[in-house]
Design a protein around this ligand. Structure first.
Ligand code: OAD
Length: 312
């Protein structure tokens, strides 16, 4: 690129990382593959697997995360969800590298598309989970939000969870109607007397139907990102001095559009196993992300924090 025509080598990447103080890290599934979590679009990724298995009868594997499909077929997602539910994974060197940048006071924010929460497990505080997480879940009908643990048993037993709050409202409505009917029974005698009986058309606050389905607060295709994404980006674009993109195919908007929303004068480094053709980052470091960040750190004389000891 013209604006950074003198920036193109590993030396430049090292200098940029060393000198920058407000780095945005934009990360994706490629930073968690070494933890045993498949990415989405690689030949060994989740979408290929869903396609090959064919057991969910999806027209397109992305339907698994499509809100319209979910509303019609929630049991399909719930028969699959335990496969992507965060379990006992350990953060990768990439997660720990991001933590190291934060400890050095260089991290403006980590925009992650991942829902595995491994950034938080690595101790990263300035992280925005752009596609949400399993931490909370919400009713699609009444919007009541519950802690993610509430639906963990349903995920594990592959059952669709329905909203307790809706259930309460429905039961209240049923009771209210029963009470009214009782009242009416008494009123009927009187009504017959004065020939002024009403029909059954009392207002139904509940609106009828079943309680709402609860969905984990991970962003599906067809759902807007949390407004925090726009707010953070609006704020960060004024401050950022380097964008480092790691382990993402940059195929999903609006996160992929972060590149165009920050000033053009901000250099962009892309670290990924495979190249990207629809955008032109200033520097592309192709290969395994863990090896690359390990290399960068050792050349800068920096130590990536060791893996967290998992105690049972
Ligand atoms: P993708 O699967 O689209 O891209 C992951 C990228 O990481 C690919 O380009 C891989 O080549 C690369 N990769 C894999 N292993 C790597 C490694 N060890 N080192 C370096 N690179 C590696 O995943 P995302 O871009 O994260 O959204 O996908 C974005 C969104 O699409 C996801 O958040 C998800 C998905 O649909 C929703 O579900 C809403």
């Amino acid at each position: 690129r013209e604006r950074l025509s003198n920036v193109s080598t590993l030396e430049d990447a090292l200098r940029l990382i060393r000198d920058s103080k407000k780095i945005i890290i934009l990360s994706g599934a490629g930073i968690s593959t070494s933890c045993g979590i498949p990415d989405f679009r690689s030949s060994t990724g989740l979408y290929s697997k869903l396609q090959e298995e064919g057991k969910y009868n999806l027209d397109d594997p992305q339907q698994m995360f499509d809100i319209h499909y979910f509303k019609e077929n929630p049991q399909v997602f719930y028969s699959f969800a335990k496969q992507i539910y965060p379990s006992n994974f350990i953060p990768s060197p990439c997660h720990r590298w991001i933590k190291m940048l934060e400890d050095k006071g260089k991290l403006l924010r980590n925009y992650t598309q991942n829902i595995d929460t491994l950034e938080s497990l690595a101790g990263v505080e300035k992280v925005l989970q752009c596609h949400g997480s399993f931490k909370t879940a919400s009713c699609l009908r009444c919007k009541t939000r519950v802690p993610g643990q509430t639906i963990e048993p349903h995920i594990m037993s592959q059952q669709v969870p329905y909203c307790g709050s809706c259930r309460t409202k429905r039961d209240e409505e049923i009771n209210r109607k029963k009470e009214m009917k009782k009242g009416k029974g008494k009123a009927k005698a009187k009504a017959q007397w004065d020939d002024n009986d009403d029909d059954d058309s009392e207002e139904d606050e509940w609106g009828g139907g079943e309680p709402g389905i609860i969905k984990p607060d991970i962003t599906f295709f067809g759902q807007a990102l949390d407004s925090e994404f726009d707010q953070c980006l609006f704020q960060d674009r004024e401050e950022v001095d380097l964008l480092v993109i790691i382990g993402t195919s940059l195929k999903v908007a609006p996160v992929s559009e972060v590149l165009t929303h920050i000033p053009h004068s901000v250099p962009q480094i892309y670290i990924n196993l495979t190249p990207v053709y629809h955008v032109q980052p200033d520097i592309c470091l192709l290969g395994d992300a863990d090896s690359i960040v390990n290399d960068l750190s050792s050349q800068l004389g920096w130590d990536i924090p060791p893996p967290i000891a998992i105690t049972n």
